[in-house]
Design a protein around this ligand. Sequence first.
Ligand SMILES: C[S@@+](CC[C@H](N)C(=O)[O-])C[C@H]1O[C@@H](n2cnc3c(N)ncnc32)[C@H](O)[C@@H]1O
Length: 371
Amino acid sequence: MSERALPPRPEPPADDHQPHMRLSKHQLLDALGRMRAAGTADVLRGELNALRAMLADSASPLFGVLLESDLAVCSAHVLHAELAQIEAAQTLERARYYIDRLARGLSEVRTAAINDINLNRWKEYDDILTDSLWQVDRRDSSGAHTAAYWGNFIPQIPNQMMRRYTRRGDWVVDAFAGSGTTLIEARRLGRHALGVDLQPGVADLARRLAAADGVGQTVAEVHSGDSASFDFGAMLRVHGREQVQLLVLHPPYFDIIRFSEDPRDLSNAASVEAFLAMLGRVVENVAPLLERGRYLVLVIGDKYARGEWIPLGFQAMNEVLQRGFSLKSIVVKNFEGTAGKRQQRELWKYRALAGGFFVFKHEYIFVLKKK
Ligand SMILES: C[S@@+](CC[C@H](N)C(=O)[O-])C[C@H]1O[C@@H](n2cnc3c(N)ncnc32)[C@H](O)[C@@H]1O
């Protein structure tokens, strides 16, 4: 699939909630050039104020973008903060250093090999989470996303992971596709995604939802099958691919939710050990698909059994680590449970106090790198 078939690469940030200005890149660079050429602090301040005046006037040439190639989408607060920094510089030399940095951010794209994040404009990625503790108050319910499939993850998880660990046009496999959250998000971000779920009805649902939210001509394909034995290679070869750039695994959290009656369903494993062995087989089946140096994201929570905390998350993480991966990060994400559970919050509090335990409020996102 050619890059041309994809929607145009968004200027950073892709979708945060800060106000953005659509500016003419060459007009802005010209204004910065005039500031840089200033021989005295007073002249520089005059040019800087002239630029601020243009930014405040939607009729100024700064806002006259005629060509897509001339478009610079700038976060208003970051741009004004950069201008304030230039103004506060103690010397002209220092001010020119800040001006050059700002101009570089507008004219040069510097990315790491595995994503499209423009490091020259890193300050603008307010909406990309880089801390290991995530407190997400609301699930993204835009577009085709729905919370209707019990046990699906919030779209923010695949969104964050794909933006950090893939580029536009890359390929993603989700081996526990469920209602297709990863696929919906992949299409929105211009990534191709292939998903497998054991239940044919659920795979149908994912297929329908992902098709409804299509952007550009990305592939979003869902099959039903057992991910421990499914021929992912054949599925990829249909698209002329041998490998993918990201694996997403959001398995059942053992038997917390029973997804089906199928004995191949990980939620029907006879014991924790059997569950881990089944997960291990899925990892063995999908790991060869992943390019070396790329990432597998495992999303899972812990459970209680007979009054004992079962560290399912870490045990599952170990299954991946034993199969040629190193650990890059562990994210702990808040977990509010189902609406029904929320109503029972008081009861859980009582039970926790009486039973000496703590109520689950988190799950894990393990980020593992293929060696
Ligand atoms: C936690 S859910 C995934 C939810 C998904 N991330 C979403 O947002 O909708 C786990 C899924 O794994 C599927 N599953 C269980 N065992 C499987 C297996 N052996 N192969 C493929 N899928 C399996 C279940 O049917 C269920 O839909």
